[in-house]
Structure formats: C-alpha cells, structure tokens
Design a protein around this ligand. Structure first.
Ligand SMILES: Nc1ncnc2c1ncn2[C@@H]1O[C@H](COP(=O)(O)OP(=O)(O)O)[C@@H](O)[C@H]1O
Ligand SMILES: [Mg+2]
Length: 355
C-alpha cells in the first residue's frame, strides 16, 4: 500500500521495509501492520491532539516526571514549545511504560522502536498467526472467563507492583493471544505512587475487567477486587501470584477510647512483668515512673528518684558502665535486673511516644 506520510521517515531510515495494511483506527491512534527485517510488526501512529477523544488528560499525567526542568516549566506555562513537549511526553509515555512493564514480567507487546513519535512493536497474534482479537470481540465459556479473571488480576497486580496503573483498561485494550491475554494501549498510564487519582483509576480499571467477565460469571457482581488490591498494595502485601477473593471490608481505625484502653492494658502488663522479674531476682522493684504526660511540679531541689528523663537514662547507662576500681563487684543478678528493667522502661517510652 502507499506509505502514509507519517510513516515515511521510518521507511527512509530502514526501520520499516513495507507498510502492509491499516489494522485499526482507534480513538487515539492509527495502527498499521508493517514488515521489518522479515518480521511482521505493528506501527502505532498517534493522532494529532485535536483529533483525539481522550478526556481529562491532565489527571493522568499528574506525578509523571519530566527529566528536563526547563521543559517542565514550559509545559506548566502552556507555551507553544510547552504544548509540543506535552504532546511528545504523551507519545513517549507508552514506549517507556512498555519497557518498564516488560522488565517487570507483565504481558505487554515488546517495543522495538520509537521513531518520530511512531511506536513500532511486536504484533500480538492468535493461534493462526493473525492479529489477536480483543477481549471485547470474543465469546467465552465460564471456565475460560474464570481463567482470564485469575490471569488478568495477576497482571494488573504485577503492573501495580511495578508502580503502573493502566488508566484505560477495558475489554478493548486486552488482546487474546494464543498463549493468554496481553494488555495494550498505555499512553495514559498512571504513576501509582505519584498520582492523586491512582486509587480511583485502579479501581475503575479492575471494575471494567471484572464487570466484563461477570457476563459469564454472575457471582463476580459486587465483588471488590480493586479495593482489595489497592489495600494490599498500600500495605506492601500485594503478591501478584496470590489469588484474590474480591472481599474487602475497610478496617476501621480504632477510636481514642479504644487506643487509650489498649495502651493502659499494655502498660499494666509491662509493670506486672517488671514486678515479677524483680520478685524472681529478689531485688526491690524500681518505683513506678511518673508518666510523661503528667504535669510535673516546678523544679524541686532534688528530683524524685522515679523521674527518668532521657538524660537520666543516659546517666543510668553511664553509671552502669563505670566499674569502680577496687570495689567489690555488685551481685551480677542485681546488674541483670537493672538491665532488664531498663528494657522495660525503653518499652514504656516507646509506648508513651505513640499516639
Ligand atoms: N501490538 C499489537 N498487536 C496486535 N494488535 C494491536 C497491537 N496494538 C494495537 N493493536 C490493535 O489496534 C487497536 C488499537 O490500538 P490501541 O493501542 O488500543 O490504540 P487506541 O488508543 O486507538 O485504542 C487495538 O484494539 C488492537 O486491535
Ligand atoms: Mg485502545
């Protein structure tokens, strides 16, 4: 076929030998089947910004880093140069994300080249070697749908663990290759930790996939896989290999009353532990220390022995280290008790400093 103007530089530079045919014209891009060094590949040509229909683009780019601070400022000012930079950044976001996700073991097409804003990548194929169908275009058996659910949740979790949220995931951006689903179309991909909309976008992505599969698996309706995944990720406990059950009950933060009750219980337990130990070792238990939150009397001439500021603690440690020469060694059992007691006081300090 006649080479489209935008692909001419790729042919001139020898990146592409032949443009075979247009494959698809989506909402954001035109996709061509091309031949390059004996291989059939895909060339994705981004539409000019005025012909695109992608909505609310700014929310996706929040948290993305631009290497050059001059470009960053120009992009914020929205000068003509700045707008060009925004456009370039949008186009190169897809190839950057593909490399990042390939490295993390996510099933996405392998990028081959990025020339003059055109992405050349591996063609995802079905069992006959033809361009793979979109998930939206297939009819499934419930067991296939169940398999796909497991595989896709695992891929989304793997992306999240690599710090990426697709941002436009649906049955239109998942291809069914001969060996399983492959996720495509990443220019709007979102930075999971830097973007303030990350949680909402992840949940939307997961809901789109689960909602689609619930046509064959009605029991999926109402499940909260996205919430569950986000919650696990924020607690550093997301394992892409572990199967999720879609059950999520937000954990209620304890109120002040519950917090102080459990704090008092822990304090009691520690005091008792200290008493028991002192009894066992046959030494007098250290008198209970005034908790830090008690308002103290104005400086008395000699502070009560129970007072133990951090300075006192240091002194106590220093005192213990000093071995008086010629003096009879104190019973090791008393020394050990003091050390144990110190550990208890340290625990108390830690407890009292938490809110
Ligand atoms: N690597 C690929 N292999 C096979 N088909 C692809 C590939 N990339 C894109 N396509 C086809 O082109 C269509 C549009 O590509 P996509 O990246 O989703 O762009 P758009 O932003 O226009 O939706 C896809 O739905 C798919 O059918
Ligand atoms: Mg698409």
């Amino acid at each position: 076929m006649r080479v489209p103007t935008e692909l001419e530089p790729l042919v001139d530079q020898g990146v592409v030998d032949e443009v075979v045919r247009p494959l698809m014209s989506g909402k954001e891009a035109q996709v061509f089947v091309v031949r390059s060094r004996g291989e059939t590949l895909i060339a994705k040509l981004y539409k000019a910004s005025e012909n695109r229909s992608f909505k609310h683009r700014s929310q996706y780019v929040e948290g993305r880093k631009v290497r050059n601070s001059r470009d960053q400022r120009a992009m914020e000012r929205k000068s003509r140069y700045g707008k060009e930079q925004v456009e370039q950044a949008w186009r190169s976001a897809e190839v950057d994300t593909l490399y990042r996700l390939r490295a993390a073991g996510v099933r996405v097409p392998e990028p081959r080249d990025f020339v003059d804003g055109v992405l050349v990548m591996e063609m995802v194929v079905d069992e006959h070697g033809r361009p793979a169908p979109r998930l939206a275009d297939v009819n499934l058996h419930p067991t296939e749908a169940q398999d796909l659910l497991r595989q896709l949740l695992s891929e989304i979790a793997r992306m999240l663990c690599a710090g990426v949220i697709h941002g436009d995931l649906s049955d239109f951006n998942i291809l069914l290759a001969a060996d399983g689903p492959v996720i495509i179309d990443f220019p709007q991909a979102v930075d999971a930790s830097g973007n303030p909309h990350a949680k909402r976008l992840l949940i939307r992505d997961v809901d789109n996939v689960v909602g689609f599969l619930s046509r064959w698996l009605p029991h999926l309706r109402g499940k909260a896989y996205g919430q569950q995944m986000w919650d696990l990720w924020t607690r550093n406990a997301l394992d892409p290999e572990a199967e999720l059950d879609g059950r999520f009950r937000p954990q209620r933060a304890p109120d002040r009353k519950e917090k102080s009750r459990s704090l008092m219980e822990e304090l009691d337990a520690l005091t008792q532990k200290s008493k028991d130990r002192a009894e066992r070792l046959g030494v007098a238990a250290r008198p209970a220390r005034a908790p830090k939150f008690v308002v103290e009397e104005p400086a008395a001439p000699s502070p009560p022995p129970a007072e133990a500021s951090s300075g006192d603690k240091k002194k106590r440690k220093r005192r213990r280290k000093k071995k008086p020469t010629g003096e009879v060694e104190t019973a090791p059992v008393v020394e050990a008790a003091a050390e144990d007691d110190d550990a208890v006081f340290d625990d108390l300090d830690a407890l009292l400093s938490t809110d």
